[in-house]
Design a protein around this ligand. Sequence first.
Ligand SMILES: [Zn+2]
Length: 429
Amino acid sequence: MALCKSRCSGGFMALPTTHSQRTPVFHNRHYAPQMQSQANHPDRPIGYGAFGVVWSVTDPRNGKRVALKKIPKVFESITSCRRAYRELRMLCTFKHDNVLSAVDIVHPGHVDLFNEIYVVSELMQSDLHKIIVSPQPLTADHVKVFLYQILRGLKYLHSSGILHRDIKPGNLLVNSNCLLKICDFGLARMEEPNESIIMTQEVVTQYYRAPELLAGATHYTQGVDLWSVGCIFAELLSRKILFQADSPVQQLNLIMDLLGTPSLEDLAKAGASDGATKYILQRPHKAPALATLYNLSNQATHEAVHLLCRMLVFDPSKRISCTDALSHPYLDEGRLRFHTCMCKCCHNMPGGRQYVSDFEPSNPKLFDDSYELNLNSITKVKDSIYKFVLEKQRTSVPLCINMASPSYKSFQRSGVAPQPDKGSSPQLW
Ligand SMILES: [Zn+2]
């Protein structure tokens, strides 16, 4: 399958549109809606994130298909509302081709009835999990261009000071032109420079969870995301989950089967707990078995395995960074393909393609989380979110939910789907 827009035949995951016409989920008091595309594209659910349900709907202001995400039960606890607010703030801040951002936030209505948040974002047809488990061919070019975009988006997030903490194939949205965007910032947070501050270990879906998290580290870095990228890289090559264990301890065992038993120094650098260190050192000593990575597929070339081995490193301080990974020769072709026919930063000019000066831009500004100060009660967070949403609406025609729409009623009923691959809670060492 061709990768470029001009040559892409059929697209990756064009969902069937067999439903009959329904009343749309949006209405707008201030604008004459254009519903011409409704007959072919009724509102329907398309996916589930860690904290919400996503629907494909039509924006009545321009007839464009967009994704509508409901973040439900926002104000049930201080943790859930702070988390939702953080995600909302992030989605409204990001400006990068490979990171999902908010197009709009739906008008919340009266503050007393404000219990759910609806975010509108660009519609993406599929995600990397659906593609990996599908029968669609994944060529070496696909793997390169996907990995390039994952790292390009993650570099932007990391340069904003943000740890994603749930990088997995299902959180990497892909459209029919193979453009990839990182999504779901429900678990994201700022980096923590103070090593004595305890960070939650209840992050990252187990199969993609870094060894330092499995070994009980209470402080961790951007390296947790790079580990997840390594697992996804291997999964793209073999179309099989690299470390698929039933429990966190088993997960750690599988990692050591491949990487070998870590040294005491690596365990200390990873911040492994005493219990985990004792457990690891009591196991029979294992030698590294990294050469088996060549068996992932016939696309596992020397360059691919070399880069993969730089991601799958036990000590997070020795693990490769996004910036360094992007300068690895394995990604040269992915970069060329992306900027030749997929990006928005370079342009075709009469004299040929005009390339941008910085192919993988950092965010010049850290994400500002100062708004979180003093948000110590549900009421304060709710008021703050309400004001934030109304402020955002000032610049555009406000969108409202059409409560009379049958789609809305089933949207209301659709709770957060169970997540069989979420994995278990951290091991108490
Ligand atoms: Zn470009």
